[in-house]
Design a protein around this ligand. Structure first.
Ligand code: ADP
Ligand code: MG
Length: 240
């Protein structure tokens, strides 16, 4: 994928300003709480409009303030997975999974529900009510539902927060399989260095609303870089 963005968004006490290009299949946005990660995600998904700027995903202009373009979320074809899986409570797992699939034009469909259900290990859960699922199960369903809407990019905002370490690693393994198998680009947002290491190849480091660094994940993980984050460097703040 190629995601180009040059955007500004001002709130009363905070300004987000990001100008960069992300090109890897698995990109990360890393930064401490309050650095603007979720604001950026909402802007990319079309849930929040920048004050000015331009966002282009592959060939498609998602937003361009000069040209008066602002594609609504459903036309952006970006799948979103939040920390809290927002599943449809009145549908069972199968209904949730097929929701986007049934609304995707046949020509645009990628993969099959069966394949994604298989890779995510969801077959035993299909008839379950979503209210009866554990946190990890809910996140797997949310991921499957997002993928089955056949987006051109999946955005995940701290999707593993609140899960214990073992479950985290299990979901990462599922995620890895499903993304590799279906070749879907990912933008993964987190304040966890370990998750950046496991999930991404290229990272945008945000701090106080601006890009502090833009580097390969390998570089982010070098000892001298790690030190920046674990010791709470003044401009970057400690990331847990
Ligand atoms: P992160 O996801 O990195 O923790 P956020 O993007 O949620 O950071 O928030 C960044 C800053 O923007 C915070 O200071 C937050 O209070 C502020 N902010 C987020 N949304 C709004 C809003 N709708 N109105 C005013 N301020 C906001
Ligand atoms: Mg956030």
């Amino acid at each position: 994928m190629l995601l180009q963005m040059d955007i500004k968004k001002r709130f009363a006490d905070f300004e987000l300003q990001v100008n960069c290009e992300l090109a890897a299949g698995k990109c990360g946005v890393f930064g401490p709480s309050g650095s603007g990660k979720s604001t950026l995600m909402h802007i990319l998904a079309g849930l929040l409009s920048p004050d000015e700027g331009r966002i282009v995903l592959d060939e498609t202009i998602l937003f361009d303030s000069d040209a008066g373009i602002n594609l609504p979320p459903q036309q952006r074809r970006i799948g979103v997975v939040f920390q809290q899986a927002h599943l449809f409570p009145h549908m069972n797992v199968r209904g949730n999974l097929l929701y986007g699939w049934q609304r995707t034009a046949v020509a645009r469909r990628q993969g099959t529900p069966e394949a994604i259900i298989e890779v995510l290990g969801l077959s035993p859960l299909l008839e379950r009510r979503v209210t009866s699922l554990s946190g990890g199960e809910r996140q797997r369903v949310a991921l499957g539902r997002a993928m089955l809407a056949c987006p051109r990019l999946i955005l995940m905002d701290e999707p593993l927060n609140g899960l214990d370490q073992e479950l985290k690693l299990q979901i990462i393994a599922y995620l890895d399989r499903v993304l590799t198998e279906f070749g879907m680009p990912l933008l993964f947002i987190s304040h966890s260095l370990q998750e950046m290491e496991l999930m991404t190849d290229e990272v945008l480091v945000l701090g106080q609303g601006t890009v502090q660094q833009h580097l390969n994940t390998d570089e982010l993980l070098r000892p001298e870089q790690r030190g920046l984050f674990s010791n709470g460097a003044p401009s970057l703040v400690a990331c847990s």
